[in-house]
Write a protein that binds this ligand. Structure first.
Ligand code: G4P
Length: 527
């Protein structure tokens, strides 16, 4: 197959939701329907075994959040689907943001009882900012939930885009009769159960079919009325509007009962876009160019406690990746020749032979690769848009046992490079390292990981800072003067970018007024 054909059959998407909406369950069912796993329960089981394998996941269990994000690849119909999971908890929104830079579409899962929840809104804002097309799955119709029309208007209000139902529920909870496929004009009858794969579902054709009205009574009468209403009032589906992030197709179902899953998979294949061009600073990179390029959007240390390795997750932007090919890291000019690259087919790590635009590959390494790094066959390329946000919370960190200072530094460097936390080294001699976070939970996870993965008992202490701004200037002299006069507030992050730490907005304002030639940035883009 040519590169062009391989690209055309790729679909790379993230699955986003508020915790507990059913993201893990739906992920598992997508894999089941695509034939990537054989038994329902294996993703859940993996979640459980990960708790056992590594203590820090205990935090996830206790709080019911998903801390780590992962990648899964499956084949369905003629397509290769790359599914990127995202952490649901808002304290990890930075990590999620970076994952969302690596996808071409998003699948949003909504709990029909709760509607649009806070974390969904944050994730949606990110998708909206990037015009990522979104497919919506409204889950848990087997429960007593909210009225579907209500849910639709809530989605529209929060998304700022039109919601176009492709299916419509007939009843809910105990009276859940199934979903009516509006476009194909037929009803799929609900049956509870975890092991079915849709093929044997009962289908009844035609919205005017008296058999449906008779069997589902009031529930169908109401659904029928609503469908008519929608068809009269709502915008028709427009594929271009969906691709531009202005419309979202909506599906209803019950993930736990494998119901409505097939429709979602079909929508991903039929509606979601293939990988498109990516903007680099130098030029626009086309996915079907012959030469390989890709970006590291996530780094994870000690993913598998048994291996104690670091894996850089790279999204292929163009060309064909082949095992053993020679690649250049744009930032450093270093050459690497990754041999043991892994793909994530069926969630097992498998050695990978080739990959195309949209695919995600994992490159085990020992610190050569950082977030935002670009790998090419030689050309210097920098992709834009992989952001780091200025932390809003700070804590100083010290090691309880001074003999383990080195391990503390190693641990913090690795966790910092992973983006789990930001680490600042004060310019003034003797100052304790500072940790910067967006959410409080990041500190707890890092303290826990320092202990379990690096054997370091760290002491976290309050810090007087609560703001950071990366600083630059076109005038080296002015910058030097600023650094010298504010030495007590200057620190360097994990890639040695210099930052000004302030304890109040007023302090920052004063500094900005005194030094007009210095620029203060709340966000740093890699590179
Ligand atoms: P998350 O990844 O978004 O956090 O959600 P997850 O899939 O773990 O699902 C959260 C809970 O919702 C789980 O129950 C799951 O079984 C349930 N659930 C998912 N889909 C459906 C559905 O279609 N209908 C109903 N009624 N429930 C659903 P749990 O009790 O927290 O976990 P478990 O003991 O079932 O594993």
């Amino acid at each position: 197959m040519s590169i062009k054909q391989e690209v055309a059959r790729r679909r790379t998407f993230a699955i986003i939701s508020h915790p507990d909406a059913g993201k893990t369950t739906l992920t598992e069912k997508l894999l089941l329907f695509a034939g990537a796993i054989q038994i329902a329960g294996s993703v859940k089981a993996r979640k459980a075994s990960r708790h056992a394998a590594s203590d820090w996941m205990e935090i996830e269990k206790q709080r019911g959040i998903s801390v780590a994000s992962s990648v899964m690849q499956m084949e369905y119909r003629d397509c290769v689907l790359n599914l990127l999971d995202t952490p649901g908890h808002q304290d990890f929104s930075e990590d999620t943001y970076r994952v969302l830079t690596a996808v071409d579409a998003a699948l949003m899962v909504i709990d029909a009882a709760n509607g649009v929840e806070p974390q969904t809104i944050r994730l949606l804002q990110v998708c909206r900012a990037r015009n990522t097309p979104i497919i919506t799955f409204i889950n848990k119709l087997d429960r007593e939930v909210r009225e579907p029309l209500d849910l639709l208007s809530e989605i529209e209000a929060h998304l700022g885009m039109d919601a176009v139902p492709f299916s419509w529920p007939v009843g809910m909870g105990r009276a859940f009769g199934g979903v009516f496929d509006i476009r194909r004009d037929r009803m799929r009858v609900f049956k509870a159960g975890q092991e079915r794969r849709g093929a044997e579902d009962e289908i009844i054709d035609g919205r005017d079919n008296p058999a449906i009205a008779e069997r589902f009574g009031d529930a169908y009468a109401q659904a029928r009325e609503e469908i008519d209403l929608i068809e009269a009032a709502a915008q028709p589906f427009d594929h271009a509007a969906f691709l531009a992030g202005r419309q979202t197709p909506v599906f209803f179902g019950s993930a736990i009962n494998n119901f409505g899953v097939q429709e979602v998979l079909d929508a991903l294949v039929e509606l979601a876009p293939k990988p498109g061009p990516r903007a680099a600073l130098e030029r626009e990179v086309q996915p079907d160019e012959p030469r390989f390029s890709g970006v590291v959007f996530k780094v994870q240390a000690n993913m598998d406690p048994a291996h104690r390795d670091r894996v850089a997750f790279l999204r292929v932007s163009s060309g064909r990746f082949e095992r053993g090919m020679r690649l250049k890291v744009s930032r450093t000019g270093k050459e690497i020749r990754p041999n043991n690259v892994v793909s994530f087919l069926s969630q097992r790590r498998e050695l990978l032979d080739e990959a195309y635009a949209g695919d995600v590959i994992g490159i085990p390494n020992h610190g050569v690769l950082q977030l935002g790094d670009v790998l090419t066959e030689g050309e210097n390329l920098q992709f834009t848009g992989l952001p780091f946000f200025a932390p809003e919370l700070f804590q100083a960190v010290e090691v309880k046992d001074p003999l383990r200072t080195k391990q503390l530094r190693t641990g913090l460097t690795q966790l910092g490079e992973e983006g789990a936390i930001q680490v600042f080294k004060p310019a003034a001699a003797g100052g304790a390292l500072l940790l910067g976070a967006i959410g409080q939970l990041q500190f707890e996870v890092v303290a826990h990981r320092l202990k379990t993965e690096y054997g370091v008992d760290a002491r976290l202490m309050p810090s007087r800072y609560n703001m950071a701004r990366w600083i630059t200037s076109d005038d080296p002299k002015a910058l030097r003067k600023f650094l010298d006069s504010n030495a007590a507030n200057i620190a360097y992050d994990v890639v040695d970018a210099v930052a000004f730490l302030a304890s109040s907005p007023a302090q920052l304002r004063v500094a900005a007024e005194l030094y007009p030639a210095v620029h203060f940035h709340a966000m740093r883009e890699h590179g």
